[in-house]
Ligand binder design. Structure first.
Ligand SMILES: Nc1nc2c(ncn2[C@@H]2O[C@H](COP(=O)(O)OP(=O)(O)OP(=O)(O)O)[C@@H](O)[C@H]2O)c(=O)[nH]1
Ligand SMILES: [Mg+2]
Length: 273
């Protein structure tokens, strides 16, 4: 999907009532400072859309970014922010839990883990809790640019092992700096958001109508449709020609048969003389 419009539509603090959105949502959870807001900026291709900071605890509200009027990316406050006082930490926890528990439109939860470190106890709790809410968490292993490419596989295996992930569970190594994993992530998000209310995937025509295909995708689709049409008329023409020759062939065969019959008759006549 090409991002044509983005709007920070709703900001929810601890005392806010959560919005009852009609469009689908995907949410990003993870420890404070893991790179949630940076990842959202990378996906949106907009540097300053989600506020980021080298200081943990930057995002303290649940932020709903409306993209293309198709769905929402939901930036959650980070957990485990050590400097927040206990009461605030507890309130944030409740706020995140309420959201993940209550949202009727939430399609998927992405859990971000810093690829350099082993998942913390909080990460494991969050992973299990997301699972218990009926979602299959998608793990995004952030800040992959901080490792040598040769180190990535072993770190990924360790994260998988500690979280107890199955073979088919998804983990995407990601970097907001190098954009590693961006396309894979985007495909997954498209898969969750570009759906009709009855959960059927939107057709290409619907996507073109909503202007969310790239110019190239749109051109490819139109060309393939034109190709299909050409192929169809070509087939129809051949069918017609085929039928005509079949009919003609039959006529020829009939004539031949008639001629043979006449010849036979003639032969018999001569014999009988
Ligand atoms: N090298 C590198 N740094 C990153 C990456 N992603 C984020 N950072 C840095 O990590 C810090 C935290 O990033 P944020 O995106 O604010 O993290 P967050 O998870 O939203 O943090 P909270 O809002 O506190 O929960 C910032 O200094 C970012 O520049 C990345 O992929 N690579
Ligand atoms: Mg943030």
């Amino acid at each position: 999907m090409v991002i044509k419009s983005v709007e920070l539509e709703t900001v929810c603090g601890v005392t806010s009532v959560l919005p009852e959105n009609t469009l689908f949502e995907v949410a990003f959870a993870g420890k404070s400072n893991v790179g949630k807001s940076s990842m959202i900026n990378t996906i949106l291709n907009r540097k300053g859309m989600a506020r980021i900071s080298s200081q943990p605890g930057k995002t303290q509200t649940i932020n709903f970014y409306n993209i293309n009027n198709i769905g929402y990316l939901v930036d959650l406050p980070g957990y485990g922010y050590a400097r927040a006082n206990e009461e605030i930490k507890a309130q944030w926890g409740v706020m995140i839990e309420n959201y993940l528990h209550q949202s009727a439109k939430l399609q998927a939860v992405f859990l971000l883990i810093d690829i350099r470190h082993e998942p913390s106890e909080n990460d494991c709790l969050m992973y299990d809790w997301i699972n218990s809410q009926g979602f299959k968490p998608i793990i995004v292993a952030t800040k992959a640019d901080k490792l040598k490419p040769s180190q990535i596989n072993s770190h990924v295996s360790r994260i998988r092992q500690i979280l107890g992930m199955g073979k088919e569970d998804v983990l995407i190594p990601f970097s907001s700096e190098t954009k590693l994993g961006k396309n894979e992530l985007m495909d997954l998000i498209d898969n969750y958001l570009l759906r009709n209310p009855d959960q059927t995937p939107m057709t290409k025509e619907q996507l073109i109508e909503r202007k969310v295909l790239t110019a190239r995708e749109e051109k490819e689709y139109i060309l393939s449709k034109q190709g299909e049409k050409k192929e169809k008329t070509k087939k129809e023409r051949w069918k017609k020609i085929g039928k005509e020759t079949k009919a003609q062939r039959q006529k020829k065969a009939d004539k031949k048969e008639q001629k043979k019959a006449v010849a036979r008759k003639h032969k018999n006549k001569i014999k009988n003389r």
